[in-house]
Design a protein around this ligand. Structure first.
Ligand SMILES: [Zn+2]
Length: 343
């Protein structure tokens, strides 16, 4: 085989091997073998010096052509591999814009906050202001000024959280706010609601929490009667529980009102026929109320011979339980993310 045939064979081998190089690594190995400083192509070029003078021209021309052809083939292969690689990468990272997105979880108002706002709105419409009183109270405001002297049996109904400071407690009801607002506004007439958290050292059950809300109402003026109280509560019940609600007043006893009553509405679920929720009575208890006791008026700075007033108190949790059909108060404060969004 002469030199030129050998060159031709060398070129065929180089191009075959190049075609077999499938990635950058294989291509680099091929480059070192064929075009590197000690590669087969430079070696073939160098061989020109060892040839007899008369063969050099033909060999030189052929080896140059070989070198150029192999070089060009390498560049083309390199380009093709790089394009293929890019295409593969784009394919792998492709985003399918037709897939449905992931919705972020959105917060919403707590059912008790919603109920509170609904109650505020109804009373605001009737001209009541919101008065916010403190959560930490003295025994005097929480009990004594509201006609619960020390040792009064009604105190036992409200198991109390005491603090390390003598006679400083967590309020067991929102009623101490009545004394605070009266002492602040005296001798002006008053029409306020007093919402807030209350605390009782109680067994937590489906019906009772240690921390719960109350919304208290208080009106004090010169000609306020029990009829005003009834009218106000009737308007409230219709606004919150629906038109045509019936109210039932049952006599009761609270130390800070006289007379006192507990108020029922006709059952919003069965309309009074009797069902599980109303325990087959047809009635649902929603609040307690009464005319402000003369002692309490006096403690607030109002002369009971001149002024009268009414007060009422309700549990927004109870209202929300009825409105949303919940039978366990613990759902509200357990902060179970599976439960709250259902309400
Ligand atoms: Zn019922």
């Amino acid at each position: 085989m002469n030199q030129l045939d050998q060159l031709s064979q060398l070129q065929t081998q180089a191009l075959d091997e190049l075609a077999a190089a499938q990635d950058e690594q294989a291509l680099e190995a091929w480059r070192i073998k064929w075009l590197g400083r000690k590669g087969l192509v430079p070696a073939a070029v160098k061989r020109i010096g060892s040839l007899p003078r008369e063969e050099r021209a033909a060999y030189g021309k052929a080896v140059n052509q070989l070198k150029q052809a192999v070089q060009a083939a390498f560049e083309a292969r390199k380009q093709a591999l790089s394009e293929a690689k890019l295409e593969a990468e784009l394919k792998a990272e492709a985003i399918d814009v037709t897939l449905p997105g992931r919705r972020p979880q959105v917060g919403r108002m707590h059912p008790i906050s919603r109920t509170l706002r609904q109650i505020y709105e109804v009373f605001a419409y009737m001209g009541f202001q919101i008065y916010t009183a403190r959560d930490v109270e003295t025994d005097e405001y929480n009990f004594q000024l509201l006609n619960f002297p020390k040792g009064h049996p009604a105190r036992e109904m409200q198991d109390t959280f005491h603090t390390t400071v003598p006679d400083v407690i967590l309020r067991t009801h929102t009623s101490p706010g009545q004394i605070r607002v009266m002492r602040e506004r005296h001798p002006e007439p008053i029409r306020v609601i007093l919402p807030g958290k209350c605390y009782r050292y109680e067994q937590v059950t489906a019906r009772a929490e240690m921390m719960f809300y109350q919304v208290e109402g208080l009106a004090v003026g010169r000609n306020i009667t029990f009829a005003d109280l009834k009218g106000t509560l009737h308007a409230f019940a219709e606004q919150v529980f629906g038109e045509g609600r019936k109210l039932r007043f049952r006599t009761s006893h609270f130390p800070f009102t006289e007379p006192s009553a507990e108020v029922d509405i006709d059952c919003i679920l069965c309309g009074g026929k009797g069902c599980r929720v109303c325990k087959y009575t047809g009635w649902l208890e929603i609040l307690g109320c009464g005319m402000v006791h003369p002692n309490v008026l006096r403690n607030g700075g109002y002369d009971p011979d001149e002024f009268t007033g009414y007060a009422f108190g309700m549990g927004p949790e109870r209202v929300a339980m009825l409105l949303y059909g919940i039978d366990d108060i613990r759902y509200f404060y357990a902060n179970d993310a599976r439960v709250l969004p259902q309400l």
